[in-house]
Write a protein that binds this ligand. Structure first.
Ligand code: SF4
Length: 283
């Protein structure tokens, strides 16, 4: 069995590029959905807000500047091949260095504080990142990274439902979270839903769901239908772009599901704003 060596500098450079790119360039899926939503809106106010968001994202890409002042906390989902050895620094140190480089060299706002309750001193380089690692078979490392703004993160929730709640309970948990969030998460939003696992697994799945393209439905048709139904219901809530009313409260609903305990059905909702930023790379 061949072991592949990857220099830690390569990982640092890749992570740095992921975070600058995701802050400068909105994904095609989001841009297409914004343009389609603008066509679809009846309200001139909603059309104007969507035009401002679209123009803003185009200027960010053209001038290579962040699309929002909140450049987010760094979150990474890593699939780490079990035949890879990182040469030089440790993998996590290389990732952290890449995050710091992106936020310092790329003039991205540093939004992380060290202690959450007492000191709250800015770490000045946006580290540490949140890294979710899965060991997979192979000789590659796949990283999906995104900067998560907290206007939307703060509107997220986890509900520990019991199985008797059924699909209606899932719908209520999602719709309650979106209604409670109202205009706060900078709509139009992307709604990530994690169902199953344990308390923390559901939350992780919900975040992972926001990192999936909104043009890719869940491969299980039952969940894909639920995504469509929830999106349709959410867009009838009239929260609208910037919370000023309209038919576009959400651009997408992505569900990730996972096996769970016979006695439970955790449902987590992670809300992402219109600056739904994520990029991937395979090394
Ligand atoms: S929620 Fe999103 S769009 Fe709103 S300020 Fe934060 S990062 Fe920016």
């Amino acid at each position: 069995m061949e072991i592949r060596e990857i220099a830690s500098e390569k990982i640092t450079e890749a992570v740095c590029k992921l975070f600058t790119d995701c802050n400068y360039y909105i994904g095609d899926d989001i841009m297409n959905a914004l343009e389609q939503a603008r066509e679809n809106e009846d309200s001139q106010l909603a059309k104007n807000v969507l035009t401002q968001i679209i123009d803003n994202d185009k200027i960010a890409a053209k001038e290579q500047i962040p699309m929002c002042q909140d450049t987010g906390m760094a979150v990474l989902f890593v699939e780490y091949g079990d035949r890879v050895v990182v040469d030089g620094e440790g993998f996590y140190d290389a990732v952290e260095k890449g995050v710091a480089k992106a936020y310092i060299d790329g003039c991205l706002r540093k939004s992380v504080v060290d202690d959450p309750v007492f000191d709250r001193v800015n770490t000045k380089n946006n580290t540490p990142p949140i890294i979710h690692t899965k060991i997979v078979h192979g000789d590659k490392i796949r990283i999906t990274a995104g900067g998560k703004g907290f206007g939307s993160e703060n509107m997220s929730s986890v509900k520990m439902l019991t199985p008797s709640a059924g699909v209606e309970g899932v719908k209520k948990a999602v719709l309650d979270a979106v209604a409670y969030a109202g205009p706060n998460p900078c709509p139009p939003i992307v709604v990530g839903v994690g169902i199953g696992g344990t308390f923390e697994r559901a939350a992780q799945l919900a975040k992972l769901a926001t990192f999936r393209s909104i043009s890719k439905p869940n491969p299980d048709e039952r969940y894909a239908a639920l995504e469509r139904e929830l999106l349709d219901t959410i867009n009838k809530m009239n929260i609208g772009p910037a919370g000023l009313g309209g038919k576009t409260t959400a651009l997408g609903v992505n569900i990730e599901a996972s096996p769970t305990h016979i006695a439970g059905m955790p449902v987590a909702v992670n809300i992402c704003c219109h600056a739904c930023r994520h990029k991937s790379i395979e090394i």
